[in-house]
Design a binder for this molecule. Structure first.
Ligand SMILES: [Zn+2]
Length: 551
């Protein structure tokens, strides 16, 4: 067979198959769920290219659009207005007098005109889905905005949105379920710098029926909003007060970037609007800080380790709860020449690069160590007979904290006695201390003291746990110092440890030994051994701090 002839035959086979396909997938009775309203229709539907085709007269009577057909041109009317002009076989259309595109065009088969339902609804802001013999027409969420107590949920289709609400506790949350709505991106989140609201998350909660769930998580207590319905919009007003700045729009910091030149390291802080700032310097250790009035950050992070001469890190945070200024802190290795420039809502801060090899932190004694005695109160931790992990942890931690203080370290002990502290309490304690005291991220570490347990009584040794790269050098120092002093580190474990992965300082858990192993147990209860362990932990910290100075 010649190629020409072959292609000719292939063409006919293709036409036959295509026709066959068009004739399949027919449904007789169909349930239509139009934004929650249920209608039953008798129809012959076609599904081609993920498109749902419906005979035009049926589309018209079911969904309430009048139409006029002039040859191959279809005019669609909504009440008295012409909304759509489209031609059979053409994707380009006119919608409300403007150009538009249907993903799939109108089809004609004999005398019957088939209307592309999915493409049409998509064009006007809705989505059509065929699931379990039901045709769902749903609205589509376009975006979620929050500003100063007002949450606005915008939809593509201009219809009324039905919803249910719900209050949940621990953590305190307000939930609004948007009925007959899809969110194409599936999941979204706004991290806020707001005194009352912690975060706003939204996602597709259910399909067929289609529900998008928006969860507002509060910092302290649940606040029930007043909800205003509008066409294609829901406005939730939370009963919050913003003090003297009430009613004033906050300026948002939405971007932070930097560039490295031969002589300068330049940072660019981009704001949503005009801003005013004050600049300050705190020496020893060096911190340059900028307070931007009436501002908040919409960045998802609160700190970045830079480690480029002369900047160690940048930290972004609210100043106080009453004062709505945003504080941006630059931690530097040395004092630096610094200049600012403001243009088109951007604050450019230039730091003069100091001489290479001169990145010496001038005063290492301002080093902060958080000591966290694991468990406590109602949470005993590991148990062996009468022995409780929480008591061993506390005893060692108290001695460790005392010795560190005597060496000139700033020490924060998370508990000093047998009280219950949740993991969230611990994260909050550390982050609050860092923020309220402007602690240097690069000169603060967390040591969490624990005692291990295993099913097998044979398992013994020390384990060092950590959560991120930031802590790797500290872990390395532990292994070095411990192993060369007869303290056996059986392994180091990297994992998503709850507290460790929620603080932005180098942090480790020291599992001192196994309460379930006789040898380890005797060591753990021995004062002399405890003191040796503590001395070696301090040696690790000293060495780690020393290393940081010479980096
Ligand atoms: Zn533990």
């Amino acid at each position: 067979m010649s190629l020409k002839r072959f292609l000719f035959v292939l063409f006919f086979v293709f036409i036959l198959l295509a026709n066959n396909y068009i004739l399949s997938d027919e449904l007789s009775f169909l349930e239509v769920d139009y934004l929650g309203e249920k209608i039953k229709i008798l129809t012959t539907l076609k599904e081609i290219n993920n498109e749902i085709y419906i005979p035009l007269p049926l589309f018209s009577s079911t969904f309430g659009y009048a139409y006029k057909q002039v040859a191959d041109e279809i005019h669609l009317y909504d009440s008295n207005n012409e909304i759509l002009i489209a031609k059979v076989g053409e994707k380009k259309v006119i919608l409300h007098g403007r150009n538009g595109v249907l993903v799939n065009p109108i089809l004609k088969e004999g005398d019957i005109v088939y209307f592309p339902l999915s493409s049409f609804y998509r064009l006007i802001g809705y989505r059509a889905y065929l699931k379990n013999k039901t045709l769902y027409i749903v609205n589509e969420i376009s975006n979620v905005d929050y500003s100063k107590g007002i949450l606005t949920i915008n939809f593509k289709g201009k219809s009324q949105i039905n919803f249910n609400t719900l209050n949940l506790s621990a953590p305190p949350r307000f939930v609004i379920d948007l009925q007959n709505v899809v969110f194409i991106d599936n999941k979204g989140e706004i991290n806020l710098n707001d005194p009352y609201i912690k975060s706003i998350r939204y996602s597709q909660f259910n399909v067929a029926p289609y529900v998008v769930r928006v969860v507002v998580e509060f910092k302290n207590q649940i606040m029930t909003p007043e909800i205003k319905k509008d066409l294609g919009k829901l406005i939730l007003k939370f009963p919050v007060k913003y003090g003297e700045n009430d009613g004033q729009e906050m300026v948002r910091l939405y971007d932070l970037s930097w560039e490295e030149n031969a002589d300068t390291l330049n940072f660019f802080l981009r704001f949503s609007d005009n801003f005013t700032y004050t600049k300050n310097f705190l020496p020893n250790p060096n911190r340059y800080y900028y307070d931007i009035s009436n501002a908040e950050s919409s960045l998802t992070y609160t700190s970045i380790i830079i480690q480029r001469d002369p900047i160690i890190s940048v930290r972004i945070g609210e100043r106080t709860k009453e004062d709505y200024s945003l504080r941006v802190v630059f931690e530097t290795y040395t004092e630096s020449d610094i200049s600012e420039e403001v243009y088109s809502n951007t604050l450019k801060i230039s730091f003069k690069v100091s001489k290479k090899g001169n990145l010496i932190r001038e005063n290492s004694i301002n080093y902060t160590v958080f000591v966290d005695p694991g468990h406590g109160g109602s949470d005993p931790g590991a148990i062996y007979g009468e022995l409780k992990e929480k008591d061993i942890n506390l005893k060692v931690s108290l001695k460790l904290a005392e010795k560190l203080k005597n060496k000139g370290y700033i020490v924060y002990l998370l508990r000093e006695n047998d009280i219950t502290l949740s993991l969230d309490d611990r994260v909050k304690f550390i982050n609050d201390k860092i923020n309220s005291n402007n602690l240097l991220l690069s000169s603060s570490i967390l040591i969490s003291i624990h005692t291990n347990a295993a099913f097998s009584p044979d398992v013994r040794g020390i384990e060092i746990c950590y959560a991120n790269d930031l802590s790797e050098s500290l872990v390395k120092t532990f292994i070095e110092v411990f192993n060369s002093n007869g303290l056996m580190v059986r392994r180091s474990i990297k994992g998503k440890f709850y507290v460790l992965s929620r603080v932005s300082i180098p942090s480790v858990i020291v599992e001192m030994g196994f309460i379930t192993n006789e040898f380890d147990r005797n060591l753990l209860l021995n004062d002399e051994y405890q003191d040796k362990l503590i001395d070696k932990i301090i040696e690790v910290i000293d060495k780690y701090v020393e290393g940081g100075k010479n980096e």
